[in-house]
Design a protein around this ligand. Sequence first.
Ligand code: NDP
Length: 329
Amino acid sequence: MSLRALVLSQGADRKVSGAIETLPVDRLPAGDVTVAVDYSTLNYKDGLVLTTGGGLVKTWPHVGGIDFSGTVETSDTPAFRPGDKVVLNGWRVGELHWGGYATKARVKADWLVKLPASISTRRAMAIGTAGYTSMLCVMALEKHGIKPAAGEILVTGAAGGVGSVAVAILAKLGFTVVAATGRPQEGDYLKALGAATIIDRKELTEAPDRPLLSERFAGVLDTVSGVMFARALAQVKYGGAAAVCGLAGGPAFPGSILPFILRGVSVYGIDSVMLPKAPREEAWRRLGTDLPLDKLDSMVNEAGLSDLMALAPRILKGEVRGRVVVDVA
Ligand code: NDP
């Protein structure tokens, strides 16, 4: 029994190189479930692993891919049976543990979620970690009590993976979405996903000169951080909230405490990687009902294992639109 994988090695200069190799199945890491992988994806974090390792990978050679979908082949636990359709996001798979850029993966059963019947393995990876994280952000804003009537929701990094899916989910749920993008040429794409208003990223990239700006947004879904997040936070309405998941614009943000203590604004940090199983299952269940699948299909770019080394620097530069689905066959 063998598998095909994109095997990564790191040179003395930290630069990562990749080659597609056929390996015996016993090279797979320990785990209680072996999955025949159908699809994986390319996320921002995968871009780091494929270019420099990003400090995320500890041992080489390595197989990347922080998420995958497929069919259970063998299972040492009654929780999964051969034939089950499953998805995996995070748990540091593709970083510390071999990931989805292979035709087979072996993982811990606790890391797998059974797919809702309405989501095929291909669509599961069109959603991917980006889309599942979007849903976690939306769930945080909902839990805060924000309803469509409360007003506009700002999505930053809107043409990226997390942003695109977030726009589509929020619009389907009836929210008025303001999509901030540095790529105004993607305006039609974002409108088709359901954005009501497109704003140029430049409007949010000047550090706020005052700690509080005019109140505008009922909620913010931020994938960028940096000045954009500081500026967005300064415009959240009294009692509103932001769900933050990303740092495409760098980790630091030049913010003020005043939105929290004068407007009662809340910030919800979203981590998709180590999140316990119950909210993961809830997020996937919600994706099965609240993500318009026709919109999802319009976000997808197809790729194979052989395309990944070239695509990786592009996602780090913010040049990839929507979601990349990797057919590992
Ligand atoms: P993408 O690269 O697909 O999207 C990021 C988007 O951010 C880009 O498309 C671009 O959008 C915008 N952007 C990029 N660079 C900059 C910049 N310098 N300044 C302002 N905007 C910028 O990545 P993903 O959507 O997959 O991920 C988004 C972020 O979320 C990443 O930081 C990722 O690490 C993080 N993430 C976190 C997770 C978690 O568990 N917390 C899980 C998944 C992702 P546009 O062109 O529209 O402006």
